[in-house]
Design a binder for this molecule. Structure first.
Ligand code: F6P
Length: 354
């Protein structure tokens, strides 16, 4: 591809590592004599043509910073919010702005929603590449996404810290972690932090089974228990269609219900902590900086080599170009036979199976 100008946008929920990835794309592009511009606030900035030049000065000193210097939004070009009439299809406007800026490729950093939005634009004939970004780690076809390692570290530290206060007060503490409809974050942080129960969306939980595991601990002299609860986890028998379109606030209802029921059944005092957006804030871990740099630089090599309309997917030490059709609309959830689940069980953690 005769490539001179790359556009970058960051879309969906932010996460640590986005600035490291912007820096990687920008610096690698400059090293190959390409220019880079950014669009502000995700696809919104592409539709509204709000750009920022990403020169050397703009890319300097951002490797370790959290958030995204470009800003982000959850706006989708095909259902773009407009004040008067709800939403409008702005895909043609997004495509027009791609050409107006004389772009050769658009790099979209995002999670599952972003893969779908990018595919829609690619189908209109423009060149798009996506980078795997999300604390949820649920993008199909990539081993891992940047943001996950940092969020897992925050989650693990929280589980660690809750141990001492739970112990002092002889309490059950239920800590709710993000992760949307996948359990990677709660499972990883729960194992690393030594949670006594880990409840994830992939395995509907029995409140009675969790309560029994806590009582068994009590009988063995353990006067406290920590439950790492994924926000998307649901009790056995819950009809998931009931909350398909609900907000995150709604998800807390399940957490509070669990806390109350555990208290009722075990007669132990129970408390609830939701980590929420703490997991998305702050500086990225070295692993996330490394990963963001790997996928960002690989992305520019792919652009140089004429590869587009793909996700830069991590496979072991390599990054491959995975066609957007193969990832968009699919969710990478935790398989029931995943080794992390086996390990959790073997160290005595309950997954709350009924
Ligand atoms: O996808 C990332 C994520 O943090 C999810 O884990 C969480 O469910 C959601 O975003 C929260 O979204 P918002 O920042 O819009 O509240």
């Amino acid at each position: 591809m005769g490539c001179g100008l790359i556009g970058i946008l960051t879309s969906g929920g932010d996460c640590p590592g986005l600035n490291a990835a912007i820096r990687a794309v920008g610096k690698a592009a400059h090293s190959m004599d390409m220019e880079v511009i950014g669009f502000r606030d995700g696809f919104r900035g592409l539709v509204e043509n709000r750009t920022v030049r990403l020169d050397n000065a703009a890319l300097s000193g951002i490797l370790t910073t959290g958030g995204t210097l470009l800003g982000t939004s959850r706006d989708k070009p095909h259902r773009f919010p407009v004040a008067s009439s709800g939403t409008m299809n702005m895909v043609p406007v997004a495509v027009e702005n791609y050409y107006r800026n004389h772009l050769d490729c658009l790099v979209c950093m995002g999670g599952n929603g972003t893969q779908k939005n990018a595919l829609r634009l690619a189908k209109e004939g423009i060149n798009v590449i996506t980078l795997p970004k999300t604390i949820d780690n649920d993008i199909w076809g990539t081993d891992v996404s940047f943001g996950f390692d940092t969020a897992m570290a925050v989650g693990a530290e929280a589980v660690d810290r809750l141990h001492t206060t739970a112990d002092s007060h002889q309490r059950i503490i239920v800590v709710e972690l993000m992760g949307h409809r996948a359990g990677w974050l709660a499972l990883g942080a729960g194992i690393a932090g030594g949670a006594d129960a880990i409840l994830i969306p992939e395995i509907p939980y029995s409140i009675e089974a969790v309560a029994e595991a806590i009582l068994v601990r009590s009988r063995h002299g353990k006067r406290f228990s920590i439950v790492a609860l994924a926000e998307g986890a649901r009790p056995v028998g819950y009809d998931e269609h009931d909350d398909e379109e609900e907000t995150n606030d709604f998800w807390h209802v399940h957490s509070l219900n669990l806390v109350n029921k555990l208290q009722e059944i075990t007669k132990l005092e129970a408390r609830y902590t939701a980590l929420g957006h703490l997991q998305r804030g702050g500086t990225p871990t070295p692993n996330d900086r490394l990963l963001a740099t790997r996928v960002g630089t690989r992305c520019v090599e792919m652009i140089r080599d004429g590869v587009t309309n793909s996700l830069v997917a991590v496979r072991g030490d390599d990054c491959i170009a995975l066609p957007l059709e193969e990832t968009a609309g699919q969710l990478k959830v935790v398989p029931e036979d995943h080794p992390w689940i086996e390990s959790a069980k073997l160290v005595g953690t309950t997954l709350g199976e009924g």
